[in-house]
Design a protein around this ligand. Sequence first.
Ligand SMILES: *Cc1c(COP(=O)(O)O)cnc(C)c1O
Length: 336
Amino acid sequence: MAGTILLVFLFLKFTMPSLLPSFQDVLDAALRLEGIAHRTPVLQSASLNAQLQAQVFIKCENFQRMGAFKFRGGFNALAKLSQAQRQAGVVAYSSGNHAQAVALSARILGVPATIFMPHDASPAKLAATQGYGAEVIGYDRYTEDASAKALQLAHQKGLTFIPPFDHADVLAGQGTAALELFDEVGELDALFVCLGGGGLLSGSALAAKARSPHCKIYGVEPEAGNDTQQSFRKGERVKIATPVTIADGAQTPMVGAITFEIIKALVDDIHTVTDSQLIETMRFYAERMKMVVEPTGCLSLAAAVQAAATLRGQRVGVIISGGNVDLARFAQLLAS
Ligand SMILES: *Cc1c(COP(=O)(O)O)cnc(C)c1O
């Protein structure tokens, strides 16, 4: 028994590094996504550049298919499945955007999909996920462990579980957004990335280190949910209670294991911003750039504005992660 445990431990210890994706995986994902994902625009705002006295390049994943970068990782993961795995189907859990990403990718590839979504998920995200043909099962995000439920169903029905962030193929797919940004604008001095479980940040970091080695890479979390900042400072993953924040895409209680390994190695720091900073940023995007950006998608620019004094004269990248917010909620947040 002890021998078996030791063998399993040694196996994991020595195979773990090979489970970590590399920049090559991001390049491979980009090939899979070519002609399927949108190559989203990179926009600038003269008034923002003037305000920050910097050149800010905004990668607009709010214009990605299904409204967020998550399509990249979801599609990459599903495209890599074997024929048998595709036939059996996939299962995922998500408060919204990963659900839509898996549902849309599954529809494109002809794969049956079951998605666990919280009862209080945004009605727009719920409707979109069902609209793509996925079967949706509800759960309580504050009391139930959606990951355990999804894994259990995967086990019972022989489905493949597609995690929202802690998966090599998912995070490699997410990295293609930053890859496109660097390929379009060249090297940057700093890159700000919205952060929940770390799929977008770790994938972006792989792309940034390869395309712009001197670029500082910052993840941005809501202040109420600073689990990755705590983890980063401590050097080990810290779990918190599900945070209460308007940034519903970043309500993860703990950063991923794989994503954290990459974040520890490649990311320079983790910033936090408050919900009121997110609302201010939503207003800026709507008024000045005519864009609807969901609260979580505002994390990156809110942190860049907060750090303005350190960014003067620099070339700064900001990734908007998504734009899926119910119009009524959008109006309500802007009125507050
Ligand atoms: C999922 C999501 C995030 C967080 O991404 P991670 O890969 O979990 O860090 C941020 N913004 C939006 C809009 C999302 O859907």
